[in-house]
Design a protein around this ligand. Structure first.
Ligand SMILES: Nc1ncnc2c1ncn2[C@@H]1O[C@H](COP(=O)(O)OP(=O)(O)OP(=O)(O)O)[C@@H](O)[C@H]1O
Ligand SMILES: [Mg+2]
Length: 317
């Protein structure tokens, strides 16, 4: 029997529906359940062939548990090592390299110094920073947001440099990015699953929360196909099995805005019944496929093409 486990936090619709959907398919030798964690011993395998991780971004103990599970062969969705390594600014840099349009973005040192550092810890940092050069490059209006994070926390829209400095002063020890605002005609949020399945959801971030997925944008089939290809390119470059990619379309160009979402919102009440059914069904089928292919004792994680080609080049050198 191969078990598929799901590890989750406060969600109350997706995990339960996922377990039911997998089990209702009655695939011989495969069963889904909520993960149970008790003693976590180094190098000891878990009872799960596959674990869908929906929460380790908030629970460091779970992240460490999942890495320990992965080394004994559990296929963890998403790869906990890559998830620990990347962040939004690096992902933007990777998007630039693989030809995905992204807004102009710069990284800013935190306004306040990290704990246990002093001015002496920053001999390498120019002071003052070339703010003029930064503002000239990005322009206004601009967005400022944490280089790692989600849930619209500490996301600022800024009209001018006075706005900027006022907001920056509030950001404490957070590392922020300053980003060109895309004045978009339409906005889409897309699930990407298994590096091959894409669901493009019409989305309107300017609507109140409960109406964001009720949007309906005018969009050609060619544009939908272009976004689908970009979602796959992003997810395969990063190596995420389960992710959402958001696009803001300006003058026909889909700019990737937010695409580091390895535990994307999948609650029925936020995404709506149709999108919910798609994500439950597609995640269930993908997890079953992963469980069938999983080989105990080996690495069964997905690694993105960025890492894969780096390793290949090293081997050739
Ligand atoms: N460069 C930008 N141009 C236009 N709009 C933007 C830009 N950056 C962010 N936004 C707006 O701000 C919202 C929140 O930003 P973003 O998605 O990057 O943050 P987040 O904290 O990761 O949110 P979540 O993970 O909940 O989606 C976006 O949905 C979008 O409406
Ligand atoms: Mg977002």
């Amino acid at each position: 029997m191969k078990k598929i486990g799901i590890l989750f936090g406060q969600e109350r619709s997706f995990p339960q529906a996922f377990i039911e959907r997998v089990n209702s398919k009655n695939v011989k030798g495969i069963q889904a359940e909520a993960v149970t964690i008790d003693k976590v011993m180094q190098g000891a395998p878990t009872e799960y062939a596959v674990i869908i991780d929906r929460i380790s971004q908030d629970v460091p103990f779970y992240r460490a548990y999942l890495k320990n599970a992965a080394i004994s062969g559990t296929a963890v969705i998403n790869n906990p090592f890559w998830w620990s390594a990347d962040e939004k600014f690096f992902n933007n840099a990777l998007a630039v390299k693989v030809g995905v349009p992204v807004p102009k973005t710069v990284l800013l040192p935190s306004k306040q110094m990290p704990d246990d550092t002093t001015g002496d810890s920053f001999s390498n940092l120019a002071y003052p920073l070339d703010w003029e050069g930064i503002f000239e490059h990005i322009g206004f209006p601009a967005f400022m947001k944490p280089y790692a994070g989600g849930g619209w926390k500490n996301v600022y829209k800024l009209e001018n440099r006075e706005d900027f400095f006022q907001a920056y002063n509030e950001t404490g020890q957070l590392v922020m990015m300053l980003q060109e605002a895309i004045d978009f005609d339409s906005y889409f949020r897309c699930y990407g699953i298994g590096g091959k399945h894409v669901k493009i959801m019409h989305y309107e971030p300017r609507n109140p929360h409960h109406l964001r997925y009720a949007a309906k944008h005018d969009v050609s089939d060619a544009k939908l196909k272009e976004m689908e290809d970009l979602v796959l390119k992003i997810c395969n470059s990063l190596g995420y099995d389960f992710n959402t990619v958001e696009f803001a379309i300006r003058d026909g160009v889909p700019y990737a805005i937010d695409f580091c979402n390895p535990a994307p919102d999948a609650e029925r009440t936020s995404v709506g019944q149709e999108n919910f059914d798609w994500v439950v069904e597609t995640a269930a089928n993908f997890a079953i496929e992963k469980a069938k292919a999983q080989k105990p004792g080996r690495d069964n994680l997905t690694w993105g093409t960025f890492i894969q080609s780096a390793v290949k080049k090293k081997k050739l050198a």
